[in-house]
Write a protein that binds this ligand. Structure first.
Ligand code: MF3
Ligand code: CO
Ligand code: CO
Length: 246
């Protein structure tokens, strides 16, 4: 959506706060031995306490309140009985709807003591998001945001999963435009003031190619390489974007 209304902006901010609160609570519970289902229930409780609903459930009938993906699971992992182990890399991707407005964010968390290479992968995703945010101001064509994201990721020796992209958001989870994490030549549309969208590099230590698992939801790296994912929902301005999910 494009927002130019202070009341709607306040409601978007409120949804962003619920998403940030849910991620904070879930992240605090990440430890060896905890199941992804337990983390999901923590997120679901924060939604309920804030009067919010799960975006993935509402829009897609997703079988969980949040998407929790581990190691080679890039996105849309289904929470369940899987127990996290030291050395795992878990992605907490949280989308809430409150009062008709959506916000979406993701963090990547190392479980217990982790190999330095996984921390480097997470750092590559974070730098990609940071540089994408810095590039994202009104008037800039979308491919320039993607170029900034991918350059930061590749500089650290990793690849973006090009099949996975950010998106407009607001009244639904997924709205136009598509926000690629690379310099997609077709992404010529220019950002406009008030545009609400996500930036969300999904990066891999391998080829960056992905496939859908047999469960019909989980997106895996085809080569089994671990992946990291970070995401914020932002409002575009003439200067730095306003981050709703910080
Ligand atoms: N949070 C996801 C995103 O960043 C959307 C998940 S919706 C699902 O785009 F139903 F596919 F899980
Ligand atoms: Co998301
Ligand atoms: Co998203």
């Amino acid at each position: 959506m494009s927002n130019d209304n202070p009341d709607e902006l306040e409601r978007l901010r409120a949804t962003g706060r619920v998403v940030a609160d849910a991620i904070r609570a879930m992240r605090a519970a990440v430890a060896p031995g905890v199941t992804t289902g337990e983390l999901d229930r923590i997120g679901a409780r924060v939604f309920a306490d804030g009067g919010a609903r799960s975006g993935p459930q509402l829009d897609y009938g997703f079988p969980g309140a949040t998407c929790i993906s581990v190691n080679d699971e890039a996105v849309h992992g289904i929470p369940g009985p899987r127990r996290l182990r030291a050395g795992d890399l878990v992605k907490l991707d949280v989308t809430a709807e409150l009062d008709g407005f959506y916000a979406d964010a993701c963090v990547s968390v190392a479980v217990g003591r982790t190999r330095p290479s996984l921390l480097g992968l997470i750092a590559a995703a974070r730098h990609g998001l940071d540089d994408g945010l810095r590039a994202a101001s009104a008037g800039v064509p979308l491919h320039r945001v993607g170029a900034a994201v991918e350059a930061a990721v590749r500089q650290r020796g990793h690849r973006v999963c090009r099949e996975l992209a950010g998106h407009g958001i607001g009244r639904r989870i997924h709205e136009p435009p598509t926000v690629p994490s690379y310099a997609d030549a077709e992404a010529t549309e220019r950002l406009t003031e008030g545009l609400v969208m996500t930036i969300e590099p999904i990066v891999s230590a391998g080829s960056g190619e992905v496939r859908i698992a047999d469960d019909g939801w989980t997106v895996l790296t085809t080569d089994g390489a671990p992946s990291a994912h970070v995401e914020h929902t932002v409002v575009i301005t003439s200067a730095a974007p306003l981050v709703l999910t910080a």
